[in-house]
Design a protein around this ligand. Structure first.
Ligand SMILES: [Fe+2]
Ligand SMILES: [Fe+2]
Length: 265
């Protein structure tokens, strides 16, 4: 097993698809990942399972990979119930989680924006560009830049999970460029395709950050590093001013009211 845990996960799944199925049971979604060069030991480590669950998972993986091997069953203490873990974040990371909440409110509005666009006689270019402005300024410049320039620097930014996050940010920028082009040309299907793709991408991206990446980074930070990161994030926020997040929150509220009215008309 020692050799296998240092192998790339995609190679292991290719050789033994059962491994992918078992990992999915533990909510470890390696099968859909397009890269798959994480090592098995990192895949398990990053999900921070409780020791009993991790021992059972490793036992099942070893049995799947080496069906003929006599693998000793882990001793599971049945008296210990593993309660679902509540994630606690350090203050600077919690601030990033809170910013996700506003971004998710925009993502929730995208289907209504798309439907409105499809059913309007003429594309409301201004509406699309305002959504794009939120994405580019609040989600990308204000939020993603703190991740890229501050948070990710506290871990090995060559780590595959970080590379995937960078790639998601870039893919998102591509969808936004396409949505803008669609708005300029009045091309409804182009707007629909790329806004919905952006929504799917960011929904998964934020879930990965909230549930896996941020807790993983937090576990590696010393108290001094948390303090330093808090200062750097506060400075980054101060450099854009208090008004920016307030302005974009107002925009989301307006958009929610607009589409709530549409629904209740
Ligand atoms: Fe991100
Ligand atoms: Fe994020």
């Amino acid at each position: 097993m020692h050799k296998v845990i240092n192998q790339e996960i995609k190679q292991i799944i290719n050789a033994c698809p059962e491994v992918g199925r078992i990992l999915e049971e533990y909510n470890i979604g390696c099968v859909p990942c397009s890269v798959g060069s994480c090592l098995l030991k990192d895949v398990v480590g990053i999900h921070n399972l409780d020791p009993q669950r991790e021992a059972t998972l490793m036992y099942r993986l070893e049995k799947a990979i080496y069906p003929d091997r006599n693998v000793p069953k882990p001793v599971v203490d049945m008296t210990k119930k593993s309660a679902p873990k509540e994630i606690t974040y350090s203050p600077p990371v919690k601030k990033l989680v809170d910013e996700h909440v506003l971004i998710k409110r925009l993502l929730a509005l995208i289907p209504s924006v798309v439907e409105y666009t499809e059913t309007s006689v003429k594309v409301d270019k201004n509406l699309i560009l305002k959504c794009v402005d939120f994405i580019r300024t609040y989600a990308d410049k204000y939020h993603h830049m703190k991740e890229e320039d501050i948070l990710f620097k506290y871990v090995d930014d060559k780590a595959e999970i970080i590379q995937i996050m960078f790639k998601d940010h870039d893919t998102g920028r591509g969808h936004v460029r396409q949505a803008v082009e669609g708005a300029e040309k009045g091309n409804k299907s182009q707007i629909k395709e790329h806004l919905l793709a952006y929504r799917d991408l960011l929904t998964q991206h934020i879930k990965k950050e909230d549930e896996i990446l941020y807790p993983w980074i937090d576990r590696q930070l010393s108290v001094t590093q948390v303090g330093e990161m808090f200062r750097k994030c506060s400075e980054a926020d101060a450099s854009v001013g208090d008004e920016l997040p307030k302005k974009y929150e107002r925009f989301i509220i307006e958009l929610e009211e607009k589409f709530l009215e549409e629904v209740t008309k």
